[in-house]
Ligand binder design. Structure first.
Ligand code: SF4
Length: 729
């Protein structure tokens, strides 16, 4: 973090959370729950998502032809199309359509925010009036949007009422949402009457008919168009799809994904210019004067299309599901988790593409890569990967090379100088773990020694309030090397013990080995421990790739010999199942992905295939509260853990919070400690209810373990520790 110290960033985030966090939390969580409820009613949600994805992929592939086709269609319809290269070009054209002193009424459009059209028109003497309630509120308050669908999501009802009182001195109390909406409508009515130009965005544009689909919750877009003779629509080129039929899956998905509405209040399909209206044979006077201008914005999009890593961003339909489901966004909102225009997880891609890396650098580390957004995204964009790439580019472009000589050739990673020491420390944690284990218990004493914690915070930004995990002198690999497995095993497993399981949380690795052996499986522990997850989370893509190659080199011969790969840590499994698709060649990725299993997924499979649960610990009705890991849930694997625990007789309740807030190194970072704890608070509350109180808390992820241990002040075992037989079978 070159531009702002970690301490200053932490203070800024705290301030934003205090001012806006409550309203953002309430609204985003409401939208997110609405999405879950609404998509549950769909017969084939995944089918719709796949269809939507295919349409967007094909549209971006043929974008130059679609732009040409749309231009011809709109011009045949009597409108004008202007393809603007960038912000300045777009504004110059729009300005040419609006006379000084004229009034422009606008419906909500993020693309118009991107080009800052209001400021340009106002500086040329026009009056610009936002007619979306949220946008109007922000215009009055002189604030920036904090959410791509609900721009004033950070404002409470009380603060809006106060704003109206200050600005208009209303003659009646404005208390309810209805009072506020009615008052706003009254104020805006005269603006519509006086308006000369109506400006809208467009959610979709169809090349075959020139139809634009506008999705709003207030109907103001229709009024904007109907009340004026000149309609200017501003839309990014990526909004074009081939035909009107292609709109169908998006009609089903956009409202559900964003606000949890089965269908958005207003979906307008406009094919301007509107034919001259008639009453019978009589033409309405003046109706023939209507003008329509479609301003298609490039502003970096065609370059994004050529950029293999950023291209997927263009599939985005701006529904906001990724922001609503994001645990960090729910706490800090878009004024922190957003750039010059765009907010939430996908903003990393948008801001990099349209404004550049400097804008993304301000917020992209708030994406922890938990992957909950991927499942929520109606077009399945791999948002964490885009943000990883953005981080990697920021790392590589870092301009502080003053101390390069300290790291060149000395660090165990493949990155160039200039990158922050904090990222290097966490990205190379396997080296720290090896040394910590080698010198334990001295290393543990040193890590815990007050002055050293202070130094670690100053130098590396490791928050003093976090305890480093305890290094174990005997690693899992060493312990397992001394064991005799089952004499006549049914299956053979190579366990890829992640860095934490091998050097720190060795007890969970031992439990995994004992469980597998009890079920007739022989286990060998791999030499390699680091999947590359730690490096990838810091945007160190080249280093992560090298780790991935080392994993492949060791694991592939075992896979070819018929052994299964089993892992304890879900985030490392997600590397093999998912991220390696970006890092390794396709064949290697497929072999690793298809032959690797999470430990309880594997145990579930063994039990389903005839292994006896009698060999495992008996739950005997013990009450437990379980928190699944975010990536484990995205991979659809938490259900296996729940099923095994229930089969063994545990009385189970599960949390439904999206993320524990720790997210690997995120919660250890000084600048993000407060966000991490605020996110964890949801989990703490859920496990403090009368139903949960007194239960043994179990968690599948190392991060979840660390966070819950801090929050609940109790030990938090991995579920495999409850499943494992006490003695070897
Ligand atoms: S990335 Fe996906 S979830 Fe996020 S706004 Fe775009 S379409 Fe919606």
């Amino acid at each position: 973090m070159s531009k702002q110290s970690k301490r200053a960033k932490a203070a800024q985030i705290r301030e934003t959370m205090a001012a806006e966090g409550e309203a953002v939390q309430e609204n985003t969580k409401g939208f997110n729950q609405g999405r879950y409820d609404s998509v549950a009613d769909l017969e084939d949600y995944q089918g719709l998502k796949d269809e939507a994805r295919q349409i967007k992929e094909a549209a971006i592939e043929q974008l130059p032809e679609l732009i040409e086709q749309l231009t011809e269609t709109v011009e045949e319809n009597g409108g004008t199309v202007y393809l603007a290269e960038d912000e300045a070009d777009a504004n110059e054209y729009i300005q040419s359509l609006v006379e000084s002193g004229e009034t422009v009424v606008k419906s909500k459009s993020m693309t118009s925010e991107e080009i800052e059209v209001n400021e340009h028109l106002e500086s040329a003497g026009a009056e610009v009036v936002e007619t979306d309630l949220g946008e109007w509120v922000l215009q009055l308050a002189e604030e920036e949007p904090s959410h791509i669908v609900a721009p004033a999501i950070h404002k409470s009802r009380a603060s809006i009422a106060e704003l109206f009182r200050e600005r208009f001195d209303p003659d009646r109390p404005l208390e309810t949402p209805e009072d506020l909406t009615a008052f706003a409508s009254e104020q805006l009515a005269s603006k519509f009457d006086d308006a000369d130009v109506g400006m809208t965005g467009a959610n979709f544009l169809t090349a075959d008919s020139g139809t634009m689909m506008l999705v709003t919750s207030e109907g103001n877009a229709r009024k904007t168009v109907a009340a004026t003779d000149t309609h200017v629509a501003v839309a990014g080129v990526e909004k074009i799809v081939p035909s009107v039929e292609d709109l169908q899956p998006f009609v089903e998905l956009i409202g559900r994904s964003g606000t949890g509405q089965d269908i958005t209040s207003y979906i307008s399909l406009l094919t301007p210019p509107v034919d001259t209206a008639t009453f019978g044979d009589e033409t309405i006077e003046g109706a023939e004067d209507r003008e329509f201008h479609l301003v298609l914005i490039d502003n970096g999009r065609m370059e994004m299309r050529e950029d293999e890593q950023l291209r997927e961003t263009l599939y985005c339909i701006r529904c906001s599901a990724c922001a609503n489901t994001c645990a960090n966004f729910q706490q800090v909102g878009g004024h922190e988790f957003g750039g010059e225009t765009y907010t939430g997880g996908i903003a990393g891609g948008w801001e990099t593409g349209v404004h550049g890396l400097d804008s993304s650098e301000e917020f992209v580390d708030l994406c922890t890569g938990c992957s909950r957004c991927v499942e929520a995204c109606p077009v399945g964009i791999d948002i964490p990967w885009i943000n990883t790439v953005v981080r990697d580019r920021i790392n590589r472009g870092a301009d502080d090379h003053a101390y390069d000589f300290l790291v060149d050739g000395l660090t165990p990673d493949a990155e160039s100088g200039g990158m922050s020491y904090q990222k290097r420390f966490f990205g190379n944690f396997v080296t720290v773990a090896k040394l910590g284990s080698l010198f334990a218990p001295v290393s543990n004493w040193l890590a815990d020694f007050g002055p050293n914690r202070w130094i670690a915070e100053k130098l590396l930004g490791v928050d003093q309030r976090r305890d480093m995990p305890t290094f174990q002198r005997e690693t899992l690999k060493e312990w397992a090397g001394d064991r005799d497995g089952p004499t006549d095993p049914d299956r053979e497993v190579l366990m890829l013990a992640d860095t934490y399981t091998n050097y720190m949380h060795v007890e969970r690795g031992k439990a995994a080995v004992r469980t597998l052996e009890a079920l007739g499986v022989s286990v060998e522990v791999a030499d390699v421990t680091e999947s590359g997850r730690a490096a990838l989370s810091q945007g160190m893509v080249e280093t992560a790739t090298k780790h991935g190659e080392a994993v492949a080199e060791e694991l592939l011969p075992h896979i070819e010999a018929g052994r299964d790969i089993v892992m304890v840590e879900p985030s490392d499994l997600a590397m093999l199942r998912d991220d390696y698709g970006q890092l390794l060649d396709e064949k290697t990725y497929e072999q690793l992905s298809e032959n690797s299993y999470e430990i309880l997924e594997y145990v579930y499979g063994l039990l389903e295939n005839g292994a006896s649960a009698d060999a495992l610990a008996d739950g005997d009705g013990e009450e437990i509260a379980y928190h699944g890991h975010c990536q484990q849930r995205t991979l659809g694997l938490a259900a296996h853990t729940e099923a095994v625990l229930e089969e063994l007789g545990y009385d189970l309740i599960t949390s439904d919070v999206e993320c524990c807030g720790m997210a690997g190194s995120f919660g250890f970072k000084q600048q993000y400690y407060d966000v991490s704890m605020a996110v964890g608070e949801d989990l703490r509350e859920q496990f403090s209810t009368p139903e949960a109180e007194g239960r043994t808390i179990v968690a599948s992820g190392t991060s979840c373990h660390d966070q819950l241990t801090d929050l609940m002040k109790q030990d938090v075992p991995h579920p495999i520790e409850l499943v494992a037989p006490l003695e070897r079978a």
